[in-house]
Design a protein around this ligand. Structure first.
Ligand SMILES: [Ca+2]
Ligand SMILES: [Ca+2]
Ligand SMILES: [Ca+2]
Length: 241
């Protein structure tokens, strides 16, 4: 089953075809509890994997409101099945050899003003304040994911994403160096193309792992809801929820 369809049926709790923010919050809360409960019954390496998962899940939960807004193409504060399909599309784009890597590398090239295959703090500051560069990145993103009619409508999302790497109003060089430290593996205050690619690959793999987990949890959650609706209990699991 495609990722968007799985998540749509997971999040649309009352099955009216639309997922509201309240439903998404509720379902994510339930998923979180399922994850934590399953962690309690595991030991050693297996428990570490689950712990890693719980952490990943927390970042998904944090990003959920922004993802909701992005996916809500028609702005009615509900996510329909077609709106969820952008996630299926996104999942395909982060497969190895998918379009997302090209997009990331293209954005790198746009920011790399002097073309030496590394981004200096100056280039990052320049890029994050350049309407021209931001709009070129946005145009390409829109070509890949037309979640809005025009690229202009995606500008805010792109600006927010940029601000997560280079903080808005970051004037002093030290604060930028600090904020890119997680990308700058060799501590030379530059982001080399290889560092960018490496971190892209890590992020893409995380997304694929989350997508795989969602597809496994989907049917389980539907089953649990079925039990709940029927007043039934799954011993040891529902008791802890
Ligand atoms: Ca909508
Ligand atoms: Ca450069
Ligand atoms: Ca570096």
């Amino acid at each position: 089953m495609a990722l968007g369809d799985v998540l749509h049926s997971m999040m649309d709790k009352d099955k009216d075809g639309q997922a509201t923010r309240a439903e998404v919050n509720q379902q994510l809360g339930m998923l979180g509890m399922m994850l934590k409960t399953s962690n309690g019954s595991k030991e050693g390496a297996e428990s570490e994997t689950v712990a890693e998962f719980v952490q990943m899940f927390e970042s998904v939960k944090e990003a959920a409101p922004a993802i909701f807004s992005l996916l809500d193409s028609d702005g009615d504060e509900k996510l329909s099945k077609p709106e969820f399909k952008y996630l299926t599309h996104f999942e395909k784009s982060v497969l190895e050899g998918g379009a997302m890597e090209d997009f990331a590398m293209y954005a790198f090239t746009i920011l790399d003003g002097d073309g030496d295959d590394q981004l200096s703090v100056d280039e990052l500051l320049e890029g994050s304040n350049s309407p021209d560069k931001i709009s070129r990145v946005t145009d390409l993103l829109h070509a890949l994911f037309p979640v809005r009619e025009t690229p202009q409508e995606l500008l805010d999302f792109v600006r927010t994403a940029i601000a997560s790497v280079v903080p808005e109003n970051a004037a002093d060089i030290e604060s930028v160096v600090e904020s890119i430290a997680w990308l700058d593996d060799n501590d030379d205050k530059h982001i080399q193309r290889e560092e960018a690619r490496e971190h892209y690959n890590i992020a893409a793999k995380k997304f694929r792992d989350i997508a795989t987990a969602a597809k496994q949890m989907g049917p389980l959650m539907t089953m649990l809801e079925g039990f709940n609706a029927g007043g039934g209990k799954i011993p040891g699991m529902m008791g802890e929820l």
